[in-house]
Design a protein around this ligand. Structure first.
Ligand code: EPZ
Length: 427
């Protein structure tokens, strides 16, 4: 396994371009199962997770080509409707093939994803949604078997919590159902809107984009489509926070500032200077060393469904608040075990106490934060440790960086271009 070595304490400067959103690419790739023919997806990031999704589609009989960031996928030759445990256990988003397979052929057999580092992550909302469309599901030997004896029937689905992939899965099953489907308390994340746009381009009829109530009028057939993956707002937010933590001035291009309202509000409250236009940020912050002219203000955050503060930026923001000038309360409401990065940050000198679903972060002087060997436990925790390593004096070694590669394209290369002393070594 590879690891990343960082010599921190250097401000970041220059320009970085954001890649396509992992959490949009995955559902849009799954949506190609809905109809035969060549689909074209632009701005697809080359990540461990997108490669896994391509392997899942291949297992189902699809063929694909990648030309740079454009991926073309043809599922005409669908040979099966089963997503195996070996693949699903490496990427839980493989469950996104359930909805399109049900919409395409009324049957699917997918391994239950099981839990992951950040929580149990059940898919009961997905299955209940399918049941309201006339699908019967049985669980046996770790697999869910979903079947509809006739064409799916439109129905009303209410999500107890606005589930992102739950909304996406039910959407993909409903677009060719007979009649109308209403999805209440739908997730409003931009990635759901990106999927709606692709489904509409395929011929689907969907109302309520970006709202918590989606109306789907079933259509008889769909055609392959061309779509563009939106910029990755979590990657964008990660770089914004990295500059705030190290000091410096960076221009972030190819992004959607309007997709990060909560983070930019909190960073500005913390004293970070942020300028933005429709497709780029310029973020700057004085260095935090002894010469700091304005220490970071400690601010509180509570993670919430979009447009609230994203849970996928909680770990990164915590790394920043380690350098705050007071106390920051970080309240995680989405996942039950998303503080795995705390123990690793504490090893670097952070002063953090966990109290149930909240972490109390007492800011320390920059010189208290010291590089150390740390271990990545999940995708966003690993980004948090990289940020802490960039800010800390001395050498930080982040092991198990396969977690990082799931969701960040060429991260060490992009950071090196911004002046970071960062390199990958084989462990
Ligand atoms: C998506 O996961 C993202 N993944 C996650 O990003 C993100 O953290 C999460 O949404 C929240 O924004 C993808 O889009 C591929 P949920 P998802 O269903 O859909 C509970 C990353 O780092 N729930 O919105 O799995 C669930 O336990 C990843 O890129 C049920 O109880 O999350 C959680 O508490 C991590 N039953 C809450 O709802 C269900 O059937 C929200 O989960 C489904 C969800």
């Amino acid at each position: 396994m590879d690891k990343i070595i960082i010599h921190g304490g250097r401000p970041l400067a220059g320009t970085v371009e954001v890649s396509g959103a992992k959490n949009a690419a995955l559902p849009l790739m799954a949506a190609t199962l809905l109809t035969p023919g060549w689909h074209t997806l632009h701005n697809v990031p080359d990540l461990r997770d997108t490669r896994t999704m391509l392997r899942v589609l291949e297992t189902l009989g699809a063929v694909w080509q990648r030309h740079g960031s454009t991926v073309r996928i043809d599922t005409t030759g669908l040979t099966g409707a089963e997503a195996p445990y070996e693949l699903v256990k490496t990427m839980r988003a493989s469950v996104l093939v359930l909805g399109p397979l049900l919409g395409r052929c009324g049957y699917a057999r997918v391994s239950l994803p099981g839990g992951c580092a950040i929580g149990a992550r059940p898919i009961n909302y997905h299955l209940r949604g399918f049941a309201n469309l006339g699908v019967s599901t049985t669980l046996a030997r770790g697999y869910v078997e979903a079947r509809a004896d006739t064409r799916l029937q439109g129905g009303t689905i209410y999500f107890d919590k606005p589930s992102v992939t739950g909304t996406e899965n039910v959407l993909m099953a409903a677009v060719t159902a007979r009649g109308t489907t209403v999805i209440k308390n739908a997730a409003r994340e931009p990635e759901v809107g990106n999927l709606v746009d692709m489904l509409v381009a395929m011929g689907a009829r969907i109302e309520g984009r970006d709202s918590d109530r989606l109306l789907v009028h079933g259509v008889g057939g769909l055609a392959p489509a061309e779509a563009t993956i939106i910029p990755d707002r979590i990657e964008t937010g990660t770089y914004l926070i990295a500059v705030a933590a190290t000091g410096g001035r960076v221009r972030i291009t190819g992004c959607r500032p309007d997709h990060l309202p909560a983070l930019t509000d909190k960073l500005r409250a913390a004293g970070v200077t942020i300028e933005q236009d429709e497709t780029s940020f310029t973020v700057s912050c004085p260095e935090h060393g002894g010469r700091s002219s304005c220490p970071l203000q400690s601010v509180d955050i509570t993670t919430l469904p979009y447009p609230g503060f994203p849970t996928d930026l909680q770990a990164q923001f915590m790394a920043l608040m380690v350098l705050g000038n007071g106390v920051s309360i970080i309240h995680e409401t989405i996942f039950e075990n998303r503080f795995m990065h705390v123990a690793e940050l504490q090893r670097m000198g952070a002063d953090i106490t966990i109290d149930g679903a909240s972490a109390i972060v007492r800011g320390v002087r920059p010189e208290r934060l010291c590089g150390a060997p740390v271990m990545a436990t999940d995708l966003r925790a690993s980004a948090s440790l990289v940020i802490a390593g960039l800010a800390a004096a001395g050498e930080t070694e982040v092991s198990r960086i396969y977690h990082l590669e799931r969701g960040y394209e060429k991260m060490e290369e992009k950071l090196r271009r911004l002046g970071a002393d960062i390199r990958r070594v084989r462990e």
